[in-house]
Design a protein around this ligand. Sequence first.
Ligand SMILES: [Ca+2]
Length: 337
Amino acid sequence: MSYPGYPPQSGGYPPQAGAYPPQPGAYPPQPGAYPPAAGGYPPQPSGYPPQPGGYPPQAGGYPPQQPGGYPPQPGAFPPQDLVKDLHSELSGDFRKLVMAMLKTPAEFDAYELNSAIKGAGTDEACLIEILSSRSNAEIKEINRIYKTEYKKKLEDAISGDTSGHFRRLLISLSQGNRDERETVDISLAKQDAQALYAAGENKLGTDESKFNAILCARSKPHLRAVFLEYQKMCGRDIEKSIIREMSGDLESGMVAVVKCIKNTPGYFAERLHKAMKGAGTKDRTLIRIMVSRSEVDMLDIRQEYVKNYGKSLYTDISGDTSGDYKKLLLKLCGGSD
Ligand SMILES: [Ca+2]
């Protein structure tokens, strides 16, 4: 007796594990089975295809990077011979601008701080501008790079070039110890406002170290509340009190710190406006702010600029600069308002 289709033939339907045609590893596919692969299936860390350093990529692993490895480190990009070639091909303010854009933000800040300190005289406004507007983390990175690049601690360089309470203000700022919490304690804000009043307007002479301690250590949101409380309490803006109580670099330094805390984009808009107004241009300041803020708060700065000066930043840069230098600055600006 026979039945059609019976017995089952090799290769019959449906495919069975172990059925036709016999395969190494058979069906269904098993880890490590067909097709034979270095490292087997599924892929394993450091499996197929074999890679120097294996998978997943590790810092310092594949592909081999020269110098500094992966992820890119400050100084690794751009290649230093490219920087050299550009430096010899370009000149003037355009070269300064391009060189600035080839640095990391912290490298550029360290470079600017060093330029402000070295040589005869000091660019106090540059020191204050950088140190009062960067975050703690940014300031720590600037300190690290400064030490590596210029073989000196930033604090020591500042100490050697400044004096008195202005020096103490800069050193406090350069330590990057500002409270960065977002919460505001109104009773503490009132207390600080009172302490500032007692250290200045309500005292014969001035206790500068009190101003220093509060303005350099408290958080920015907290200080904005302190300034409001101060205004309510003594009917005068804190900036006006600083101008009445202090003088010289200390006065302009403290005022800059207050302006930066009140409204950072407004502060930079004013710095830009001052850099361009009147005859001549402070190109170093213009370059520094356009490069360092272009990816941070340029849109806000542009708004403050047109609001306070009645012309767009774009228009003023166009009128004050020329050539490739102008074109690149306008790119950083982004547009007219
Ligand atoms: Ca006083």
